[in-house]
Design a binder for this molecule. Sequence first.
Ligand SMILES: N[C@@H](CCC(=O)N[C@@H](CS)C(=O)NCC(=O)O)C(=O)O
Length: 100
Amino acid sequence: MKTLWPLGKFPVLRDDARNRTVPEASIIIEHLAQHYPGKNRLVPADPDLATQARLRDRVYDLYGEHADREDRHRPAAGRPARATHAASRRRGRCCAPPAT
Ligand SMILES: N[C@@H](CCC(=O)N[C@@H](CS)C(=O)NCC(=O)O)C(=O)O
């Protein structure tokens, strides 16, 4: 894995046709959307909706997943209600649809 991507994280996409190694889930999605579009869009066409989708992606990746991962490392007795619910509330607040 580290020969493909020195950080050693997955997913990593190897695109031989373009001679590109593409790490990071969100970058892989952008790569596939741009170079291999299918019948369903991966990123909204509307720029404001695309920004909202990217915001959700960032929040889940940087905060939600991190918080959940920390939670999994706690002893079972201390899990999961409070921390998981706190992370979930944080994500909910950050990613609520904008007021109209
Ligand atoms: N920001 C990265 C996160 C990648 C990530 O944390 N991958 C985890 C699996 S979901 C991983 O590779 N864990 C193994 C490790 O950290 O050694 C992305 O969105 O792709």
